[in-house]
Design a protein around this ligand. Structure first.
Ligand code: ATP
Ligand code: MG
Length: 403
């Protein structure tokens, strides 16, 4: 652990955002040298763990009021947007760096969903209103650690622990149940802190008042993580979710066959009657995500039915994502999955070789008959693996028109 701490401190000191000019200009303009602004949250936690990508967004906490943040950053020529002004968040963009700057706060009144916000200048209080110890670690502009709640040890050992009394923290904001599961899946190897888990179980019946958007945002993040089956099973066990055993088993098979899990692919594995529609509403899933899910599911079904060319032709890029979905749904062996994967790596889907001009030239006239016959030759061409040539297709078209 001592070794871990040393490495963590080094990683903070050498983080990209300590070396990056644009990031440092933001710290500067917000009085970070006078300790009025510090980095916090996911950025600091993931820098400590060495899992941040270069660049990207940074989260800052500040004693400055939102109006002052706007004045100072805009005054220095940076772009500023009052993205969450009412709860104290201003987004500042400088060069390639985007910072979410949130004024320190003490949440005064909460109703389990929303906090009415009061701004403050007390860093301890700001730390204590955050959710988990590993999310309440701060760093100065130069990467020096500021860790008022001693969260570093928990971050390094992957312990997702509520700050304060879990029941009370969940009563303040029930979304924390979902966040507890999300962070334990992403940062805790799905090893649940008992106190937190028990409190989540007690709160499981009280989550209906949460907005669909907030739940959906956490759930889609969960579904994009590498390992989630233990988590989804736990959430189901305590009644936060209602996944069937069959779905959980398919999700487990999927997790074992794919290196890069995809949210829509995971959703495509849920087979129960009307599940997708129910989740679409309960989590307010975007139309894009739902149609991607449907496409992946339909491609996977075609693969299972042996219609590989059809899947490739009709579902394009989604078909590749659907391979591990088909493997998981059909419970194929490793060998079978490998074969399908190979097919997929080699296949090249050409464009349909018959154009409207071809048809006019060959003397066909528009109409429902022609449409029907066209769909038939297209299907012949797909099922035959895209090898039928133009002339042969036109012969067939004539034949189909005649019947
Ligand atoms: P990610 O890498 O997923 O963005 P994050 O820790 O940055 O992880 P965010 O949702 O971006 O998570 O929130 C930023 C920080 O704000 C958190 O680290 C935490 O300190 C605090 N926070 C966010 N949501 C809550 C909440 N519901 N209750 C308490 N604190 C919260
Ligand atoms: Mg974040």
């Amino acid at each position: 652990m001592v070794h871990g701490r040393h490495d963590a401190v080094t990683r903070l000191r050498t983080a990209w955002w300590v070396r990056d000019r644009s990031a440092q200009q933001i710290f500067d303009v917000l009085g970070a040298k006078e300790q009025r602004t510090r980095a916090v949250g996911g950025l600091v936690r993931d820098t400590i763990l060495g899992v941040t990508s270069l660049g990207g967004d940074i989260d800052l906490a500040t004693e400055l009021l939102p109006d002052d943040v706007l004045k100072l950053a805009c005054g220095a020529g940076m772009s500023c947007y009052p993205t969450g002004y009412d709860h104290g968040t201003v987004t500042v963009r400088n060069g390639q760096v985007t910072a979410e700057v949130t004024t320190l706060r003490q949440d005064v009144v909460t109703d389990g969903r929303h906090a009415r916000v009061k701004f403050g200048t007390n860093w301890q209080v700001d730390a204590k209103r955050r959710d988990f110890t590993m999310n309440a670690i701060y760093a100065e502009f130069n990467g020096a650690l500021y860790d008022p709640l001693d969260g570093l040890g928990d971050a390094l050992s992957g312990k997702v622990r509520f700050i304060g009394d879990p029941d009370q923290r969940i009563a303040e904001d029930r979304l924390r149940v979902f966040r507890f599961f999300r962070f334990t899946a992403s940062h805790g190897q799905e090893q649940y802190d008992k106190l937190g888990l028990d409190a989540c179980a007690r709160a499981a019946g009280d989550l209906h008042a949460l907005s669909a958007e907030r739940k959906g945002a956490e759930m889609t993040k969960i579904l994009g993580l590498p390992h989630v089956v233990v988590t989804l099973a736990r959430m189901t066990k305590i009644g936060v979710l209602a996944f069937s055993i069959e779905d959980l088993q398919a999700l487990l098979r999927y997790e074992k066959t794919t290196q890069s899990p995809v949210v829509a692919a995971r959703l495509a594995l849920l087979e129960g009657e009307g599940v997708l529609e129910r989740l679409r509403v309960a989590w307010r899933l975007s139309n894009a995500l739902v149609s991607e899910t449907r496409s992946i599911r339909s491609a996977a079904r075609k693969m299972i039915d042996g219609e590989l060319y059809d899947a490739a032709y009709r579902h394009g890029r989604f078909a590749y994502v659907a391979v591990p979905v088909a493997c998981a749904l059909a419970n194929w062996t490793k060998e079978q999955c490998r074969e399908i994967n190979e097919f997929w790596e080699e296949i090249n889907v050409p464009g349909f070789p018959i154009s409207g001009d071809d048809l006019l030239e060959a003397g066909f006239s528009q109409g429902p008959e022609l449409g029907k016959a066209l769909r038939r030759i297209e299907q012949d061409w797909v099922q035959g693996g895209f090898i039928l040539q133009r002339d042969e297709l036109l012969v067939r078209l004539k034949k189909y028109m005649a019947h």
